[in-house]
Write a protein that binds this ligand. Structure first.
Ligand code: ASP
Ligand code: MG
Length: 412
């Protein structure tokens, strides 16, 4: 029988009533003739509560026990979803990650999936089970301990199951009705996209569009899993939501398909560092050891053998970066005149696969910002993305102006 993976996020299973609504959606697909693997998140707010309990009990917690605790939210919803389906006379049972088994690395709290065993679940499908309800976000390490896949990890569970079982599609049910050209909360002209290419979604997800965990998009792209994002709160047709797919499946596309922003960026500069081989390796090695997630990097031209090195990182990692770099400086492993931090910046990015074949996107972006009197502090580009840092107070204006200038409110 053809197989579908349906994933329900926290708001879609927030209470028994919502679980019943989600189960009805599953029932519709079963009636169409699909076998279904349902991946569930914890009830909304539950994982945060569990994380809070862990932190309160043990601030420097053992990550193995953190995983034991925070994975439990999904166990509850998996069981409740299976019971709800059974009440609807749909043959269903629940599975925890270790029962599947979903094998992961031992990197607790951010484990990566290594392998999904398909025999156990397929055997049950063979016996007439129509729905396997699987607790998302969790797996088992080689040591036999429970692991979790990082916040938002149920998306990745869903895509991995779709790949492992060769599902026709992976539907991600959430509280928004699809992927938008930008955040509708700050730009009322934001438009829902019918389709978006994997590469674009990957950029948008890593730029902070919270609809999908970045890893899940990476996996979908690698295994060519057709991914659909749709709302569990609306009546759904087969065309609902946004399809994340191969670019070949998208006939027409705008040059730019999305404007993303990230509010909590900070810019740090090591002023006047000696410009010699190994200096970048030392600075970024030090930051990486300290667990700082560096995003943009800019090195100035050097003068008299000295240069400035600028990078961006999340605002809440600035202290950590400062402590690490100053520590290196005191040990004599680094020599810079001053470390300056600017914590009032925001990152704005335009994303589109059309950029690969069309020039002038960067020029247009910079012109739009300059017409609004917005100063650009740092620029980086990739093949399908241009990002700038600007003063945070201009963030919304910049997003709206770019959305207008690239005609994102109109379908191509
Ligand atoms: N419940 C987990 C979280 O809140 C995993 C997920 O829902 O995707 O991060
Ligand atoms: Mg999520």
């Amino acid at each position: 029988m053809p197989l579908l993976v349906m994933k329900f996020g926290g708001t879609s299973v927030a209470n028994l009533d919502r679980i019943r609504r989600a189960a009805k959606r599953v029932g519709v697909e079963v009636a169409k003739g699909y076998d279904v693997i349902v991946i569930v998140s914890a009830m909304s707010g539950k994982t945060n509560e569990l994380v809070g309990w862990v932190n309160e009990t043990s601030p420097l917690y053992d990550a193995r026990e953190y995983d034991a605790v925070v994975s439990s939210g999904e166990n509850v919803t998996a069981g409740l979803m299976a019971l709800t389906l059974q009440e609807m006379d749909v043959p269903a049972r629940s599975w925890q990650g270790w029962q599947v088994p979903l094998k992961t690395t031992s990197a607790h709290s951010q484990a990566r999936i290594e392998e999904i065993g398909t025999d156990n679940i397929n055997a049950k499908f063979g016996e007439g089970m129509r729905v396997a309800v699987v607790a998302g976000f969790q797996g088992i390490s080689p040591e036999g301990r429970i692991t979790t896949l990082g916040r938002g990890g149920s998306d990745t569970t869903a895509v991995a199951f779709a790949a492992a079982f060769g599902a026709e599609r992976c539907d991600i049910y959430t509280d928004v009705d699809g992927v938008y050209t930008t955040d509708p909360r700050i730009c009322d002209k934001a438009r829902k996209l019918d389709k978006i290419a994997f590469e674009e979604m990957l950029e948008l997800a890593s730029l902070g569009a919270k609809v999908l965990q970045t890893r899940s998009v990476e996996l979908a792209m690698r295994y060519k899993v057709k991914l659909r994002v749709l709302s569990s709160f609306e009546e759904q047709s087969d065309e609902a939501g946004t399809l994340v797919c191969d670019e070949e499946e998208i006939m027409e596309s705008n040059v730019v398909n999305g404007v993303a922003y990230s509010r909590d960026e900070a810019k740090l500069t090591c002023l006047s560092v000696a410009d010699r081989p190994g200096i970048a390796a030392t600075i970024f090695g030090c930051l990486s050891d300290a667990g700082v997630n560096v995003d943009m990097i800019v090195q100035n031209i050097s003068e008299d053998g000295r240069t400035d090195m600028t990078f961006s990182c999340p605002t809440d990692q600035v202290k950590r970066a400062e402590v690490a770099l100053n520590g290196f400086k005191e040990k004599g492993e680094l020599n810079y005149a001053e470390l300056v931090a600017d914590t009032t910046v925001a990152k704005i990015s335009v994303v589109g696969i059309g950029m690969r074949s069309q020039s002038g996107v960067a020029a247009k972006m910079f012109k739009v910002l300059s017409d609004e009197g917005i100063n650009i502090k740092v620029i980086t580009t990739s093949e399908i993305k241009i990002s700038v840092l600007v003063d945070r107070k201009y963030m919304e204006l910049a997003v709206q102006a770019l959305h207008d200038a690239f005609d994102l409110d109109k379908a191509s």
